[in-house]
Ligand binder design. Structure first.
Ligand code: GDP
Length: 138
């Protein structure tokens, strides 16, 4: 049974016109797109999504950024999807991201870093359920 993970093409990347190129990288890496939806989110919706970071100093800026324009919500599937997507994304700070990673190619800063990916099985389950209903995940 392949593993599922949750991803977001963040508002900076959508604004810069990188959505198609990032989806192509995801496709080339062998992920099946189970669900995809482009939408804008409210600041409270961003705060709920990132609640694990609520004590971090950048929480308010992060939630303002995530609600600053349309983004693309994704559920992705493949063997080892969670770790493989993290590898494809690269380090949080694009200055430290490895060559060939999505953040190296498309991210502008540690905050506006182009893509989100779940960091574990529990967070993937929470994040998929936060944005998608079961009937959208067939
Ligand atoms: P990720 O798992 O690589 O996305 O990184 P984290 O879970 O640590 O942080 C979540 C998101 O918060 C990151 O993707 C960035 O958009 C943002 N972020 C992380 N660290 C910083 C920081 O030091 N400053 C700012 N402004 N944003 C940050």
């Amino acid at each position: 049974m392949p593993q599922r993970t949750f991803s977001i093409v963040k508002p900076d990347a959508v604004r810069k016109g990188y959505t198609g190129a990032i989806l192509a990288e995801i496709d080339k890496a062998g992920f099946r797109i189970v669900a995809v939806r482009k939408q804008s989110i409210s600041k409270p919706q961003a705060e709920g999504f990132y609640y694990v970071h609520k004590e971090r100093p950048f929480f308010n800026d992060l939630c303002t950024f995530m609600s600053s324009g349309p983004l693309v919500l994704l559920v992705l599937e493949k063997d080892n999807a969670i770790a493989d997507l993290r590898g494809l994304m690269g380090a949080t700070n694009p200055a430290n991201a490895e060559e060939g990673t999505i953040r190296k190619k498309f991210a502008g800063s540690i905050q506006e870093n182009a893509i989100h990916g779940s960091d574990g099985e529990d967070t993937a389950a929470f994040e998929i359920g936060y944005w998608f209903a079961g009937y959208e995940l067939l």
